[in-house]
Write a protein that binds this ligand. Structure first.
Ligand SMILES: Cc1cc2nc3c(=O)[nH]c(=O)nc-3n(C[C@H](O)[C@H](O)[C@H](O)COP(=O)(O)OP(=O)(O)OC[C@H]3O[C@@H](n4cnc5c(N)ncnc54)[C@H](O)[C@@H]3O)c2cc1C
Length: 508
């Protein structure tokens, strides 16, 4: 293994929302930062917006294979590019509710408290919304935590979605404008191309981690990004405490990069895999894993898509993700355990249906895509210790996912479906499983007790003073709202903590 002469002060592993947000804060200190990203820049090409290329040919998905607990192998919906999963995300940028940071009883168990409260994150939610250019309207969402005005006004509903909002309101609900990080306003760069959620943006209009966090740093002398640099494991000193180096694969070579400070942000599943793969004599269960929690408590949200068919009208909405409903966030009136968020999905197109159900004739799939209004029901997934990622012999990856609190989600979906059936003649249903681990989190959980968590409330490893983990792996619970803004806010908070302690933070 070759030791590289580059001598960074900080190594950041992964250029997604977590890694990018810490890089942004630390760059201001003048610290020499090296960002190691296994992927490349996503090419800007016509296929970006081609549902056939994205969903049927799976052009952008990793070619790696994982397996489930039965040994069945599959290509997971993992995307390795500068910007991470936000390159494909749907731009819904929600803050978690105040109660999401507290212990909340559920049907299958308790959603644990975080080692920080909403008020700790609030200033960093403000900062994250400004960076990502979030559009929304404060005061409309009945469960909204205390907050200032959004940095930009909400995106108005297109006619069909406005009609749907009116129909929900007539049934006593309080639909609101969904907060969204897309540059869609007067003079904005969004072209309303009709693809967004699950597609990459060709116009740079999506507020993703590449455009909003990484690219603005690349002109700086103290920030270097290495693409095609896959971190395999972390190395420690003889005591097994300080992280001394990252071992990486780049251009067919194995390299060793030494640094005083390491920020791991490879995504919840990959960060856990790196820590497990780094097991050594002093850390036989893996780095940061004295408690045995690394790789466990994998959560992904209960996500069910509902396609409400609108047989006599075509859904010509270009940007549907403007509407959300939180009236059932704390439970249905008659069933408090059945709860969750309702939000618009991006437009479902025929090839997406074909990708998931290859036996559906394409003309039928296209017809469904044209006539459907597409809605997502999201419920909290409880952390379950047996829900885990494992490294098997030969470096094979097993994802043994055990969702928590599933039955109440199904009752919640049944309720929403009934509501939609009062408006539309036919409502179809699709459950998104762990093959698409889009909201993966929880595998390197934070907590106050080192016996039950890997990280403290500043995302610092309890056992390794110079290691932080700032991707969605740190979530102790998943809430029932999209994760990206909370990852960004906590990573900005951690970055700002390190910034105020710089340069001592690196020597800690
Ligand atoms: C289709 C889709 C739609 C979504 N929609 C929304 C939405 O509307 N709102 C929302 O809030 N969230 C959404 N999400 C989820 C959101 O994108 C993720 O929660 C978030 O991007 C995760 O950020 P992260 O920093 O934890 O990890 P990632 O985004 O996974 O970043 C990790 C980075 O590390 C790199 N990496 C991985 N392994 C290594 C390694 N060994 N060495 C070096 N680099 C490595 C990866 O390539 C990646 O760039 C969506 C996700 C998908 C897939």
């Amino acid at each position: 293994m070759e030791t590289v002469t580059i001598k960074p002060d900080v190594v950041i592993i992964g250029s997604g929302v977590g890694g990018g947000a810490v890089a942004r804060q630390l760059a201001a200190t003048g610290a020499k930062i090296l960002i190691l990203e296994r992927g490349d820049f996503l090419p800007n090409e016509p296929q970006n917006a081609d549902a056939e290329a994205v969903f049927v040919q799976a052009r952008y998905k990793t070619r790696d294979e994982w397996q489930d607990q039965t040994g069945r192998r599959y290509r997971p919906g993992q995307y390795y590019y500068v910007g991470g999963h936000t390159k494909f995300y749907g731009t819904a940028m929600f803050r978690f509710r105040e109660s999401d940071f507290e212990a909340v009883p559920h049907e299958d168990g308790t959603s644990p408290a975080w080692p920080l409260g909403y008020h700790d994150l609030a200033p960093f939610y403000d900062q994250a919304e400004a960076i990502f250019g979030v559009r929304g309207h404060a005061g409309d969402d009945p469960t909204e935590p205390p907050r200032k005005a959004y940095p930009h006004p909400a995106i108005p509903h297109e006619p069909l979605i406005a009609g749907l909002a009116a129909r929900f309101a007539k049934r006593g609900l309080r639909p609101f404008h969904m907060p969204s990080a897309v540059d869609l306003g007067p003079g904005g760069s969004c072209r309303r191309c009709g693809t967004c959620d699950a597609f990459a943006c060709r116009f740079g209009a999506k507020g993703d981690a590449e455009m909003r966090l990484i690219r603005p740093l690349l002109g700086r002398d103290n920030v270097t990004l290495w693409t095609g640099a896959e971190v395999r494991r972390l190395l420690t000193d003889d005591a097994g405490q300080r992280i001394t180096a990252a071992e990486i694969r780049r251009g067919g070579e194995t390299l060793r990069i030494d640094a005083p400070l390491f920020i791991l942000s490879a995504g919840a599943i990959n960060s856990a895999l790196i820590l497990l793969r780094s097991a050594n004599a002093q850390n036989p269960q893996g780095i940061a894993n004295r408690s045995g929690v690394v790789g466990r408590y994998l959560m992904n949200h209960h996500l069910t898509g509902l396609m409400a068919l609108h047989p006599f009208g075509v859904n010509d909405t270009r940007f549907p993700k403007t509407l959300s409903i939180n009236d059932f966030y704390h439970g249905l009136p008659q069933d408090r355990a059945a709860r969750g968020n309702i939000q618009m999905l991006g437009n479902i197109q025929g090839p997406m249906i074909g990708g998931a159900y290859p036996w559906v004739p394409r003309f039928a799939a296209n017809l469904l895509g044209r006539h459907s209004i597409d809605i997502l029901c999201m419920s909290e997934d409880l952390p379950v210790a047996e829900s885990r990622v494992r490294l098997l012999e030969g470096d094979r990856v097993e994802v043994d996912y055990r969702p928590g609190d599933r039955a109440p989600h199904l009752r919640f979906v049944r309720h929403v479906r009934r509501l939609l059936r009062s408006m539309f003649p036919l409502v179809l249903q699709h459950h998104f499983g762990i093959e698409a681990p889009s909201h993966q989190c929880g595998t390197v959980r934070m907590g106050d007790d080192p016996r039950q968590s890997a990280l403290d409330g500043w995302c610092r490893a309890h056992d390794h003073p110079n290691l932080y983990v700032v991707d969605a792996g740190f979530f102790p619970s998943s809430a029932a709202l999209n994760p990206a803004l909370t990852i960004a806010a906590q990573a900005l908070r951690v970055g700002s903590h390190l910034q105020t302690r710089w340069p001592h933070a690196a020597a800690a």
